[in-house]
Design a protein around this ligand. Structure first.
Ligand code: ZN
Length: 235
């Protein structure tokens, strides 16, 4: 992202977040509609990984792209520097449970532990932050949703990178299906997915897309996130 555009985007997001905090109605015309830029959010699950996440962060920085990382708590130990680097380089960090168990139908006490232990570790490693949640496999039942105090983030484009493990096929799927406001699901623990992320960014930037965090994406499209609700895209 070039500097004037980054400053413009920052001001728009800050203004909208301020408006939301003050409980004033969101303008009927979302900021994204005022801009010719198409915004999209890349999300990376299941990391951090000392094999692949550093290379991904390098490539995102080279391209001026922001992303969102949903981290597995048990994989943070030993990778604290990578996690702080995500924060320092403007990416959003989220909670993907402690050890990637399916949270659906889980007793509430156990579910609380899965979410809270990762949240507490993120607070220790990265400091205060609102670490939004992506439940493993995107599954959380109604009882569980009532217990979480964060927005729940799903996705609208899923190239099944974990299955394909092929950068060209993953890129082709995303290029075929993506629309402005989408949340794209990838996994930074696979080298092919990191390669795919770079191909996707390079191709979509040529089409006028910019890569923002999920929080920025929702704000840009006038979506006000609420606790315990699922969001799969900004549309
Ligand atoms: Zn996952």
């Amino acid at each position: 992202m070039n500097r004037p555009r980054a400053v413009f985007l920052g001001i728009m997001v800050a203004a909208l977040l301020f408006v939301c905090r003050e409980d004033v109605a969101v303008p009927a015309t979302a900021w994204a509609e005022l801009s010719e830029t198409k915004f999209v959010a890349l999300t990376f699950d299941d990391g951090p990984s000392d094999n692949t996440t550093g290379r991904l962060l390098d490539g995102l920085r080279e391209r001026g792209a922001s992303a969102t990382f949903f981290l597995v708590g048990s994989r943070i130990s030993g990778n604290e520097k990578l996690v702080r680097r995500m924060r320092d380089e403007g990416h959003q960090i989220g909670n993907h449970s402690w050890d990637h168990k399916e949270l659906k139908d889980m007793p509430v006490a156990v579910l609380g532990g899965e979410i809270d232990s990762t949240d507490e570790l993120l607070l220790t490693v990265c400091g205060e932050g609102d670490y939004w949640i992506r439940p493993p496999y995107g599954l959380l039942d109604k009882g569980g949703r009532g217990k979480v105090s964060k927005p729940l983030i799903l996705w609208s484009v899923d190239p099944e990178d974990w299955k394909l493990r092929n950068a060209d096929k993953v890129t082709a799927h995303v290029m075929k299906h993506v629309q402005p406001g989408d949340i794209i699901l990838l996994h930074d623990i696979y080298p092919a997915s990191v390669d795919a992320a770079f191909k996707i960014i390079d191709a979509l930037e040529k089409q006028g897309y910019e890569f923002v965090t999920v929080k920025e994406l929702l704000a840009l499209y006038g979506v006000v996130p609420q606790e315990g609700k699922f969001y799969a895209s900004a549309r």
